[in-house]
Write a protein that binds this ligand. Structure first.
Ligand SMILES: NC(=O)c1ccc[n+]([C@@H]2O[C@H](COP(=O)([O-])OP(=O)(O)OC[C@H]3O[C@@H](n4cnc5c(N)ncnc54)[C@H](O)[C@@H]3O)[C@@H](O)[C@H]2O)c1
Length: 341
């Protein structure tokens, strides 16, 4: 491999893959060598957009090309495991879209192969690269919000209704990855409920709560059967509260100097709840496209040899939670709470 350039092959140029390939084609320190899609019409559309790249319908062409250093996989989730495994075994670094695989067993195997072969494995947990999420992380770690008590996320919309995965597998990987990134710990228990209205056994709406060892809670509400398009997160701390609204054109983050405290008087006799309503502040959030930051991060991780933020282990942690929620939803008896580890 040339030490100043990553030569890329991209497979899967569909609804999301078209953005992924566009971003990779625009990155510094990289070259788009091959594009691949099994659909000839999709491939042809992209041929004119990326005339510098070779085209193929056969994934094996990418695996067998010794000039390719890294493979980017944006095919549907059921194909991820076999395609990532084949790429790693061919000695290629891999970027794969979320969710990394459909079982934690498969994710564990991929982590093991990538680590034993010294190859980068990065998962497309896009929002971990969102400048607003970086701001949220900074607010938490600096202590500005005080102790974070709980957070909740809403990712709801009308459509896209998937047929091979439920709304949780489709939408929640983003929320789970952000929650784990922000809290820097894994939940001990999960509670969840959901319902299938459109297709039997495929939940359209899911409410899941992650319970953390220090008492923090994180609730995730996802749905593709909802009148609103919402992409929001609320963090409630002991000192301040923060709202991230990714649908807002500006002021995506608002920090509310609000809180409530339970106080004793000096003699310890009287008790009162003090509610504080202070100022609202909206910090500047850079407008950089998260996918641009994420794709550059992958290239830099190879050339500068660091572990990507959303590495295979991060992908595995997210898949474990997706799997546990699925287990609760499909259990024949109601499950009050399920242990994660
Ligand atoms: N990060 C995000 O925000 C985000 C958003 C949407 C989708 N995604 C993820 O991206 C992935 C793709 O989703 P999508 O909505 O683009 O799917 P899609 O069905 O629109 O596109 C998939 C493409 O892969 C091609 N393909 C399938 N199998 C192939 C194979 N064996 N060889 C070559 N080409 C093959 C298909 O022809 C199609 O063009 C999924 O993992 C999805 O979860 C991520």
């Amino acid at each position: 491999m040339s030490h100043d350039l990553v030569r890329l092959g991209v497979v899967g140029l569909g609804g999301w893959g078209k953005f992924v390939v566009r971003n990779f084609s625009q990155r510094d320190r990289s070259e788009l060598v091959y594009i691949c899609d099994s659909n000839p019409f999709t491939l042809k559309q992209h041929q004119s957009l990326y005339p510098q790249a070779k085209t193929t319908q056969e994934y094996s062409d990418l695996l067998e090309d010794p000039s390719i250093d890294a493979i980017v996989i944006a095919t549907p989730a059921p194909f991820h495991f076999e395609m990532v495994k084949a790429a790693l075994n061919a000695g290629k670094h891999v970027y794969v879209e979320k969710p990394m695989t459909l079982t934690s067993e498969h994710s564990e195997e991929l982590v093991e192969i990538s680590e034993s072969r010294g190859l980068k494995l990065m998962v497309g947990h896009l929002l971990e690269y969102h400048p607003a999420v970086a701001k949220m992380k900074q607010q938490i770690d600096s202590g500005d919000l005080g102790d974070v008590h709980y957070m909740y996320c809403q990712r709801v919309n009308l459509g896209v209704v998937r047929q091979f995965e439920n709304a949780f597998w489709s939408l929640a990987p983003h929320d789970i990855s952000i929650i784990l990134y922000l809290f820097g710990q894994e939940p001990t228990h999960i509670t969840a409920s959901g319902q299938s209205f459109l297709q039997p056994g495929i939940e359209d709406v899911v409410f899941a709560t992650l319970h953390f060892p220090d008492g923090r809670l994180a609730n995730i509400h996802v749905s593709w059967l909802d009148p609103h398009k919402k992409r929001s997160m609320v963090l409630v701390g002991s000192e301040k509260m923060l709202v991230f609204d990714d649908m807002a054109a500006s002021e995506k983050i608002r920090i509310y100097d609000k809180g409530a405290q339970f106080r004793n008087d000096t003699a310890g006799a009287l008790q009162a709840i003090n509610v504080r309503h202070g100022d609202i502040h909206s910090p500047h959030i850079p407008g950089t496209e998260p996918l641009a930051l994420e794709t550059q991060h992958f290239i830099d991780s190879i050339l500068d040899d660091f572990t990507p933020r959303s590495d295979g282990r991060d992908g595995l942690r997210v898949v474990r939670i997706l799997e546990k929620v699925e287990q609760i939803l499909h259990s024949e008896v109601p499950v009050p709470a399920i242990k994660v580890a």
